[in-house]
Design a protein around this ligand. Structure first.
Ligand SMILES: [Zn+2]
Length: 327
C-alpha cells in the first residue's frame, strides 16, 4: 500500500507529490509568537522517500546558514527529490532585522540553549516547545545550519550528539560524515548549557546534525557554497535527492569541545587563528584593561585545534573568548 503523504506538518502546509510551496507560517493561539511569520519552502518529490528538515538562523546573524538554506530552497526541484524536504531558513525571526548576536530580542535568551522548551515558558521556551513538538519530530532527518556569529570566526565543523540508540547513532554519523567538514564535535561544550535544537531532536529520535561554516556577519560565497554542497551531499547520501553523493573524507572527531571564557571584563587580544594547532598551556590570548594594563593571560587548557574565536575585543566578565577541540 502506498504511503499517503500528509497535507500538513503542524502549521506548515505541504505541497502534493511533485510540487513545491514557498510561504510563511506562524504558531497560532499564542499572541507572542503570532506577531511573527516564519518563511518556509517545502519540496515534495514525486516518489516516496525520507523526510528531511533543514533549518537555519536560530542565531539571527549567522548569515551563511540562512543564505545557504534559501538557496537550497530555490535550487532543489521536485523531480530530483525523493520524499519530502522542508526548509526553514530563519528560525530567530525576532532577531534578524535587529542584527541580534547570540540571543533573541523577545526575551534576551539564546534560542539554541532552551530546547525542548516549555508550553508555558518565556517567548523562546514556547517557540522551542512548539517548533520541536509540532514540526521537528515529524521528520526523520534534520540539519541545522550555523556560522560563527556576527563577532565570531570559525573553521568549518559539524556537531552531533550520540543518543545511545545504535541504529539512530549510525544514521547521525552517516549524515555528519557526508557533509565534508574537516572537524566534528560529538560532545557537549565544556561549561556551556545544554538545550540545542539538534541535541533535543536526536533525543526524540530524529537523525539530527548541526553544521558550521562562515561567520563575522559576512556572506562569503565559498562559506555559503560549503553549506549548500554539504547539505546536498547529505541529502544524496540518505536517498532524499537524486544523484551519486560525492566521496568526502569523514571529519576527525575531537575528544572534547573546550570553551574558554574571560576571567574579567576588558579588551581581548587574541593570539591564535582558527584551525591553528595549540599545545596545552600555550598562551592563546590576553586581557588588558581600558588603559592597557595587563589583566590576565589566557592559556589553552588542552592540546588541540582552535575551532572558533570571538573577533570582538570588547569582553564582559565570563564572556566567550574562543573554543578548542581537544586532539
Ligand atoms: Zn549558531
Amino acid at each position: 500500500m502506498a504511503r499517503v503523504p500528509p497535507a500538513a506538518i503542524g502549521p506548515l502546509r505541504l505541497p502534493s507529490p511533485g510540487q513545491r510551496v514557498a510561504g510563511r507560517f506562524t504558531f497560532g493561539g499564542d499572541r507572542g509568537l503570532e506577531k511573527y511569520e516564519w518563511p518556509y519552502i517545502a519540496i515534495a518529490g514525486p516518489r516516496p522517500g525520507p523526510s528531511v528538515l533543514v533549518t537555519a538562523g536560530i542565531h539571527a546573524a549567522e548569515y551563511t546558514g540562512v543564505e545557504a538554506a534559501i538557496r537550497l530552497g530555490r535550487d532543489l526541484t521536485p523531480p530530483t527529490v525523493r520524499g519530502l524536504v522542508v526548509i526553514l531558513p530563519l528560525l530567530n525571526r525576532p532577531g534578524f532585522y535587529e542584527r541580534s548576536v547570540y540571543v533573541n530580542p523577545e526575551d534576551g535568551e539564546n534560542l539554541n540553549r532552551i530546547f525542548p522548551g516549555r508550553a508555558d515558558g518565556s517567548w523562546g521556551e514556547r517557540f522551542a516547545h512548539r517548533l520541536l513538538d509540532e514540526v521537528v519530530v515529524r521528520f526523520e532527518h534534520a540539519i541545522d545550519l550555523h556560522a560563527g556569529d556576527l563577532v565570531e570566526d570559525l573553521v568549518p565543523f559539524v556537531i552531533y550528539r550520540e543518543t545511545g540508540d545504535g541504529v539512530l547513532d549510525m544514521r547521525i554519523t552517516r549524515m555528519a560524515n557526508a557533509y565534508g567538514a574537516t572537524w566534528a564535535v560529538a560532545s557537549a561544550p565544556a561549561g556551556e548549557r545544554p538545550g540545542s535544537l539538534y541535541a533535543a531532536a536526536a533525543q526524540r529520535g530524529v537523525a539530527a546534525i548541526l553544521a558550521e561554516s562562515g561567520g563575522r556577519g559576512l556572506l562569503v560565497e565559498e562559506d555559503v557554497v560549503r553549506h549548500v554542497r554539504g547539505v546536498t551531499n547529505v541529502l544524496r547520501t540518505i536517498g532524499a535527492l537524486e544523484g551519486e553523493p560525492e566521496r568526502v573524507a569523514p571529519p576527525q572527531v575531537v575528544k572534547s569541545f573546550e570553551w574558554l571564557r574571560s576571567p574579567s571584563e576588558g579588551i581581548f587580544h587574541v593570539r591564535v587563528r582558527v584551525d591553528q594547532r595549540v599545545r596545552a598551556g600555550e598562551i592563546v590570548g590576553e586581557m588588558v584593561d581600558l588603559v592597557g594594563e595587563p589583566l590576565a593571560t589566557i592559556a589553552a587548557p588542552v592540546s588541540g585545534v582552535v575551532l572558533f574565536v570571538v573577533t570582538s575585543p570588547a569582553m564582559k566578565k565570563d564572556g566567550l573568548l574562543l573554543a578548542i577541540g581537544a586532539l
